[in-house]
Design a protein around this ligand. Structure first.
Ligand code: HAM
Length: 436
């Protein structure tokens, strides 16, 4: 017997019945980004490894430990994208977008790849929905992005999420903080894990996002980055907070928030869910400003700010909410007779109503009236309609409300009209209304 081949560890299949909640999240995001004027960008899943090394940073866990890197047949070092910001920036530079418009606002959604230790909410292929705004250095842009996320989470019905914000300063003020941090961490060197002892030499800020509890305790008691901000960075951060206030967005200032990527300057933020379903993977999204990245990648000196949400984690939260996302058929057509004329007429009526925009089910296997009625019941359809010799002869049939109630007489030529009338009744299920 041949051996069964399974999917790759940490990379999940999404089957019908499960995909609907994903589509709900994706459709909600598309609607919202549209309202905010963000256009969709799609970049390849594979990029030159150097892109991530130079932007995300060599010393980050993402680049140092988690990238899927390989050599192609031409000997180039390529990597599966671990995140979407650097690829979008690469595309922005490559297509000289800043020459065409001063401000560009993009969004993306799709799979990212990180070779991480797997647990609930942490996978090796996961999906992000992200947005990037290029060309505006003002704190209003940071606030607008946070507003997108807040409205997105509201639209999904996820309210138990806390926004954490911080500022990491810029090239002007960060060195003083950096020096103080190194001094402090050196004094606590023995309490740090082996990785962090190395990070201390090469990129001490990374010690602050080490997942080791001991390192977190040391980092937590360390110097406060906000006390080191220069005047322009302080003003940016204060203005941002005022704007969040004007938008009615609640937030917590968390001076320990550094994020796991090297490209940030000034604002960083994270959205943290408190639901136990996520365990330690409670960060549903995060982002920040990265005003230096474009230039660092050989592009124009264009400021930028963005975020990405973890779709897998949003879906976990939504599933906990107990709502169902699968569409219910508007109608299940049952062919009462096994003869070809009846079967063909049922198939044709199904097709006609689908063309009219209804979700109609018909069992192509045929079968007894009883078994088809059973399937109609199981499908969750709002109505069923039995089509047999009598109905075909008279042109008249009956719509049966599956939840109970009187049969509705209907001419076979006007089933669509009757279904539409039913849809305008207050008790109509969402599947009969126009889908977004
Ligand atoms: P990040 O914090 O690395 O940021 O990822 C954003 C979100 O992706 C996380 O908050 C989490 O919800 C989700 N995520 C990350 N890794 C995994 C994983 N292994 N499994 C499941 N979900 C995961 C970025 O990627 C930045 N590019 C965000 C950004 C955009 N900054 C500026 N613009």
């Amino acid at each position: 017997m041949s051996q069964k081949i399974n999917g790759v560890k940490g990379m999940n299949d999404l089957l019908p019945g499960e995909i609907e909640v994903w589509q709900f999240v994706e459709n909600t995001a598309r609607t919202l980004f549209g309202r905010f004027g963000y256009g969709e960008v799609r970049t390849p899943m594979v990029e030159d490894t150097a892109l991530f090394v130079r932007s995300v940073g060599e010393e980050t866990d993402i680049v140092g430990k988690e990238m899927y890197t390989f050599e192609d047949k031409g000997g180039r070092s390529l990597s599966l994208r671990p995140e979407g910001t650097a690829p979008a920036a690469r595309a922005y530079i490559e297509h000289s977008v800043s020459n065409v418009e001063p401000v560009s606002r993009w969004f993306y959604m799709g799979p990212m790849f990180r070779y991480e230790r797997m647990k609930t909410g942490r996978y090796r292929q996961f999906s992000q929905i992200g947005a990037e705004a290029y060309g505006a250095k003002e704190p209003a842009q940071d606030a607008e992005l946070m507003d997108v996320v807040v409205q997105f989470l509201e639209a999904l019905g996820l309210t138990d999420v806390t926004l954490n914000i911080n500022s990491l300063g810029d090239d002007n003020c960060r060195p003083a903080y950096h020096a103080k941090l190194v001094e402090y961490l050196n004094a606590h060197r023995d309490e740090l894990c082996a990785d962090c002892q190395q990070r201390l030499e090469r990129n001490p800020l990374r010690v602050l996002d080490c997942k080791n509890e001991k390192c977190q305790a040391v980092a937590g008691a360390g110097p406060n980055v906000l006390e080191f901000l220069c005047e322009p960075c302080r003003t940016h951060f204060t203005d941002l907070q005022r704007k969040l206030g004007a938008l009615g967005i609640r937030y917590v200032v968390n001076h320990r928030l550094v994020r796991g990527l090297d490209y940030y300057t000034r604002t960083v933020f994270e959205f943290i869910a408190s639901h136990p379903a996520l365990g330690t993977a409670s960060t549903v999204g995060g982002g920040g400003r990265y005003d230096k990245m474009m230039k660092g990648l050989g592009g124009p000196d264009v400021p930028a700010v963005g975020f990405a949400m973890g779709l897998d984690r949003l879906v976990l939260l939504l599933k906990e909410g107990g709502k169902t996302f699968t569409a219910q058929p508007d109608l299940f057509i049952v062919a009462a007779d096994v003869d070809a004329a009846c079967q063909d007429a049922a198939l044709a009526l199904t097709s006609r109503l689908r063309r009219e925009g209804f979700y109609v089910e018909f069992d192509t296997r045929g079968g007894s009236l009883k078994s088809q009625m059973k399937r109609a019941d199981k499908s969750g359809a709002r109505f069923s309609l039995v089509l047999g010799g009598d109905e075909l002869r008279t042109g008249q049939a009956k719509l049966k409300p599956m939840a109970g109630g009187d049969l509705i007489p209907v001419a076979l030529g006007s089933v669509a009209q009757t279904l539409r009338q039913a849809a305008s009744q207050p008790s109509s299920p969402p599947s009969l209304k126009t889908r977004e």
